[in-house]
Design a protein around this ligand. Structure first.
Ligand code: NDP
Length: 238
């Protein structure tokens, strides 16, 4: 088997996804840059090349069955297998006054958020699993948020976004159970509160700091934890 490992990161054109791609590239992965916009994807690939990372672009809109199927085909043709999948692409959904009030919630906002943050993860994971199963030590990392923690209940009231991450955590646990007797290790992570477009760049952590936990989970040893939810400090309460 070819020694070079390949990692696909969704939403890798900017923010936390780009930092995860760059970090995995720095430790020797070939990075498949999953991004939906051609120009933004190409620009990200060029920035990674300039940083010395072996990267290629994969057109990928996580809300589209056709796009995801084509992305799997591109990844197979280019790399032959997949060692790491990082499901990072995510959206907050429309807010009113900085929040999503459950008492006036527009269900179209909920549908849109779930389609990207949850259904998108299932769509991409299932399309990529055949390629992941060809790897010796496949890893799947789902980028979640402690806003989805029912124990912590952090941040503003976000009645579409926060439950989408609670469901993503639950979906992560279901995948880990289903894949328990395989070499595919699945976990979720919280990157912390990070300065990206998502937060209007008004947050204390850098994308590079936030990428560290995803990179750690992407490179777990074969006896590493499964079906957990982690940040830099360790396990995050569900
Ligand atoms: P950004 O808004 O900076 O980046 C989001 C990325 O997701 C972009 O590349 C975007 O692409 C992509 N994306 C969105 N929708 C789709 C789609 N349908 N198909 C493919 N790609 C898509 O956000 P962050 O980097 O901050 O967030 C990354 C992840 O981290 C998200 O899952 C978020 O929920 C999570 N997170 C972020 C926190 C923070 O403080 N920033 C805190 C906790 C969790 P495009 O450029 O085309 O829009």
């Amino acid at each position: 088997m070819n020694d070079t490992k390949t990692a696909l990161v969704t939403g890798a054109n900017k923010g936390i996804g780009f930092a995860i791609a760059q970090g995995l590239g720095a430790i020797g992965f070939t990075v498949a840059v999953g991004a939906r916009d051609d120009a933004r994807r190409q620009e990200a690939v060029e920035r990674l090349h300039a940083a010395g990372v072996d990267a290629f672009g994969v057109a990928l809109d996580v809300t589209s069955d056709d796009s995801v199927a084509a992305a799997a085909a591109t990844t197979e043709q280019t790399a032959g297998r997949l060692d790491v999948l990082v499901n990072n692409a995510g959206i907050s959904g429309r807010t009113d006054g900085g929040a999503q009030d459950p008492t006036t919630l527009d269900l179209d906002v909920v549908r849109t958020v779930l389609d990207t943050n949850v259904f998108g993860v299932v769509r991409v994971t299932n399309a990529m699993l055949p390629l992941l199963r060809r790897a010796d030590s496949p890893r799947i990392v789902n980028v979640s948020s402690n806003m989805g923690s029912l124990t912590l209940q952090t941040g503003p009231i976000m009645a579409a976004y926060a439950p989408s991450k609670s469901m993503l955590n639950s979906v992560t646990a279901q995948y880990a159970r289903r894949l328990a007797d395989t070499n595919v290790i699945v976990n979720a992570c919280c990157p912390g509160y990070v300065a990206t477009d998502f937060t209007g760049f008004n947050a204390p952590r850098t994308p590079e700091q936030s990428a560290a936990i995803a990179i750690r989970l992407a490179t777990l040893p074969d006896d590493g934890p499964r079906g957990g939810f982690f940040d830099d400090e360790g396990a995050v309460p569900w």
